[in-house]
Design a protein around this ligand. Structure first.
Ligand code: SAM
Length: 289
């Protein structure tokens, strides 16, 4: 894999990949449900990461202004807001099954013209061929049947329109809180995986898009960096992640302290110095013929 990591918060490296067309069947056991019941907490821990990926992702899509967009699994609107800022869309519809996320999305300053709907990626509450571009930002690995959701993307996209997604490179260690997962694993903890983590690889994403009938399918990796004031700020932020909740709740105060020290060592972080962390997303795009 030919990646060059970034040193700054604003820089981003895009690397095109041409993986073999082999979708991995869903072999991993589904983890317990990931609950998105707190939009403010989501924004702190993950929304800001997603907003960082949005910029290079939209640049890579290279789509014109004034399109009709559909943002599936829009969550708290972190990607949606970037979309509005950067693409001057004609219209945006955001769909998510979690009311708490949508509540947060609706009160963002940049989303006042967005129509937010409660709905599921497997049965979108919008008409066929109603979008010029349909996207899923950090969603595909949560959907129980990824191929069906890509068929839904095809259904709602007009002919010649674009369907695209990005998701953390889970297998390649690109998840933003990977240092905590690695430290916990070293202590015997088995972290929960999103139910369709297998779909997040470049190979699987490409195969899913092709199998659903998309043409001009391309993938790339997007690496982003986020600054924190200190290790404590990073650690505090991580507490709000749904994937970390069970882990942190299961540890004694001493166990939590030990984990925090191990993560700090992995990051080479100190209490009073700013910290820069990186994360990597896999992105896929294609056209509806
Ligand atoms: C990691 S968040 C991503 C939110 C937002 N797109 C972003 O970039 O920050 C995942 C979102 O997917 C939503 N989600 C989970 N299962 C879904 C499904 N079957 N259909 C649509 N959205 C789903 C969750 O409610 C959550 O808001």
């Amino acid at each position: 894999m030919n990646l060059r990591p970034l040193a700054t918060e604003h820089g981003t490296q895009v690397t095109r990949q041409e993986p073999p067309l082999t979708a991995k069947p869903p072999g991993s056991a589904p983890g317990p449900g990931f609950v998105f019941d707190d939009g403010a907490a989501y924004e702190l821990v993950m929304g800001r990461w997603s907003a960082l990926v949005a910029e290079p992702f939209l640049h890579w899509l290279a789509l014109p202004e004034e399109l009709a967009w559909l943002d599936i699994g829009c969550g708290d609107g972190s990607f949606t807001e970037q979309l509005v800022r950067r693409q001057a869309p004609m219209s945006v519809v955001g769909v998510d099954p979690a009311p708490a996320q949508l509540d947060f999305a609706r009160q963002r300053t940049g989303t006042s013209h967005v129509r937010f709907l409660v709905g599921d990626a497997l049965a979108l509450p919008v008409p066929a061929a109603s979008a010029d571009a349909a996207v899923m930002a950090l969603v595909l690995f949560f959907v129980p049947d990824p191929l069906r959701s890509v068929h839904e993307l095809m259904r709602v996209t007009r002919r010649g329109g674009t369907l695209a997604a990005y998701h953390w490179d889970m297998e390649g260690g690109g998840f933003p809180l990977q240092p905590i997962i690695d430290a916990a694993r070293a202590d015997g903890y088995k972290p929960h995986q999103p139910p369709s983590a297998w779909a997040a690889t470049l190979q699987s994403s490409q195969a899913l898009w092709r199998e659903a009938g998309a043409t001009e399918v391309e993938t790339c990796q997007l690496e982003v960096a986020r600054g924190f004031d200190s290790f404590d700020s990073y650690w505090h932020t991580a507490q709000a992640n749904p994937r970390m909740r069970d882990l942190f709740a299961s540890l004694s105060p001493a166990g939590l302290q030990r984990l925090s020290e191990r993560v700090r060592e992995r990051l080479g972080a100190s209490d009073d110095r700013p910290l820069v962390c990186t994360a990597r997303a896999n992105a896929v795009k294609g056209r509806r013929p």
